[in-house]
Design a protein around this ligand. Structure first.
Ligand code: MN
Length: 232
């Protein structure tokens, strides 16, 4: 059996939560999702990681801009330093161990920043463009297109050069971290990244877990993650 660690969100009242969609998508792919406790203790995290076959970095709030060498702008949202510390450490360990990783929304941004990348702290303020990306009003529906880079892992997994995606983000990858390539774009804005020298390290800016019940094509990302774990 394959065990996929799922990182939790940290809420203000001292709770950790996860959207059920992530867990369902992992179950559907034939693996067991393991909701990880929130901790920035590196030795605990190392012990946890040893029990897992792969990792799913979930969506959530904004990353502390200090982590990518920027000053926090008024349009950056609330930050969660303990979660940042946990997920940045996990990315570096997962890369060193070459464990399969699927990183979604905030997770994609964490993947990039943990490897030295930077972010737009707000797309509208710092990038512009015609498309509105924070579409929390349509959480489970495609709202814009993404172009996938031919020859990329993402393109192979999705089996298409263009796909329709949902969009629940106000930040985005500005400069990808070391060893990462951009594998999806919308109007020049990064919507997907991957690490070509690793077996399966993939980040997407959209939320496939909220699409895959009605748009089954998006389940392919979770199926591919679990397959990569089985082939380890
Ligand atoms: Mn988007």
């Amino acid at each position: 059996m394959v065990y996929i660690g799922v990182t939790p969100s940290q809420t203000e009242g001292g709770r950790v939560t996860v959207n059920q969609d992530y867990l369902d998508a992992v179950w559907r792919a034939g693996a067991i999702p393991i909701l990880l406790p929130l901790t920035d203790d590196e030795s605990r995290l190392d012990h946890m990681l040893r029990q897992l076959d792969g990792l799913l970095l979930t969506g959530g709030g904004d990353i502390d801009p200090l982590r990518y060498g920027a000053e926090k702008q008024p349009w950056c949202g609330p930050i969660t330093p303990e979660r940042d510390a946990m997920e940045f450490f996990l990315v570096r360990r997962v890369m060193a161990l070459d464990l399969p990783l699927l990183a979604i929304c905030r997770g994609e941004q964490v993947l990039s920043c943990a490897l030295g990348g930077t972010l737009y702290q707000d797309i509208e303020k710092e990038f512009g463009g015609e498309i509105r990306h924070p579409r929390q009003d349509l959480p489970r529906d495609p709202v814009h297109e993404a172009e996938l880079m031919p020859g990329s892992l993402l393109c192979a997994v999705m089996g298409a050069n263009r796909i329709q995606v949902n969009s629940r983000h106000h930040q985005a990858v500005r400069r990808p971290g070391a060893g990462l390539i951009i594998s999806a774009r919308t109007e020049g804005l990064t919507e997907g990244i991957e690490a070509p020298l690793h077996r399966f390290v993939l980040g997407v800016q959209w939320h496939p877990e909220s699409l895959c019940d009605r748009y089954p094509k998006h389940q392919a990302l979770f199926d591919a993650l679990v397959r990569a774990c089985q082939n380890a």
